[in-house]
Design a binder for this molecule. Structure first.
Ligand SMILES: Cc1cc2nc3c(=O)[nH]c(=O)nc-3n(C[C@H](O)[C@H](O)[C@H](O)COP(=O)(O)OP(=O)(O)OC[C@H]3O[C@@H](n4cnc5c(N)ncnc54)[C@H](O)[C@@H]3O)c2cc1C
Length: 270
């Protein structure tokens, strides 16, 4: 039995193809629209702007005879997209997270988000669990403001958690012994048994996986899951993810701000 901490890795994102973007812009007559140098714009800024401007052909004045003035500042353009709720435009950009040491409590809730989210979760059927690890929720960690009664309750709860996970490990090992697991050769037989044994493991067990979301899906997930009503682990991990996204896409997530310790967007349901 081990204690672990959740880790969030931002491992991939949509990549621009600037020469092909230029070819396309020239093809549609947007020759005056200057693509920013790669280091001057995030992929979110660039692709959202290109896709958004395609809707009204607002790359340069006069390209659409109805448009005499265009926004050239990318941050202002993105802010307007969010403000007017033109959310489908931000679906073009994907970010991929590898998330480790989160529980099945986290994944069961996170995986309920279907629109715009791709999921590859660690299998408890194929993976053999010899060593069970879990995250100690913040709500049972000591805090300076705790009353003596609360401190005692938290301490006793942690003892019960440790006991339960040690017991689960023992039970799992007992099943491995009963079924003489070490002697099995065929992967199919092993898989059948690990699939059976996992039923004894509590949903607090640490696992992980890979999640890819488009910017619109990610904004929605953070809105729901970084809020005070969210479950504590999903709120903790989603907030870590959001902080990475604010760093990666400062304009698309510019309206998220902290209120009483929780992240909240200014623009809802875009
Ligand atoms: C505080 C909290 C408590 C919860 N408690 C429970 C619970 O007790 N039991 C339970 O089963 N679930 C519970 N959930 C899960 C919740 O019901 C949703 O399944 C989950 O939050 C996924 O969000 P979403 O529906 O917005 O889906 P997403 O896939 O993230 O979809 C994003 C948006 O796209 C639209 N959309 C997506 N799919 C469809 C569709 N098929 N048809 C029409 N529009 C669609 C909706 O506008 C939706 O909001 C809880 C969620 C929260 C945040």
């Amino acid at each position: 039995m081990r204690h672990v901490e959740p880790h969030v890795f931002l491992i991939a994102k949509t990549a621009p193809d600037q020469p092909e973007m230029r070819n396309w812009l020239d093809f549609i007559g947007a020759k005056e629209f200057a693509l920013p140098p790669a280091e001057a714009a995030t992929i979110g800024n660039l692709l959202v702007t290109l896709a958004g401007k395609r809707c009204y052909m607002s790359y340069q004045p006069g390209l659409n005879p109805n448009v005499s003035k265009v926004r050239t500042d990318l941050a202002a353009f993105i802010d307007n997209i969010l403000k007017v709720g033109h959310g489908s435009v931000i679906e073009h950009v994907n970010y991929t997270f590898a998330i480790e040491n989160v529980s099945r409590v986290f994944t069961a809730e996170f995986n309920r988000h279907r629109a715009g989210l791709a999921v590859s979760e660690g299998s408890m059927r194929y993976i053999r669990f010899d060593d069970l690890a879990y995250w100690i929720p913040e709500s049972i960690r000591d805090s300076e403001d705790d009353s003596p009664e609360l401190r005692e309750a938290k301490q006793k709860t942690r003892i019960v958690f440790n006991k339960a996970f040690s017991q689960m490990e023992e039970n799992y090992q007992a099943l491995l012994d009963i079924w003489n697991y070490e002697s099995l050769q065929k992967f199919k037989e092993k898989k059948k048994l690990t699939s059976l044994f996992r039923r004894l493991i509590g949903m607090g067990v640490a696992t992980g996986g890979v999640w890819t979301g488009n910017l619109r899906a990610l904004r929605h997930i953070f809105t729901m899951r970084c809020a005070p009503a969210a479950e504590e682990e999903i709120c903790y991990v989603a907030s870590m993810m959001l902080e990475r996204m604010i760093e990666a896409e400062p304009d698309v997530f510019a309206d998220f701000h902290k209120e009483d310790g929780y992240w909240k967007p200014r623009y809802l349901k875009i």
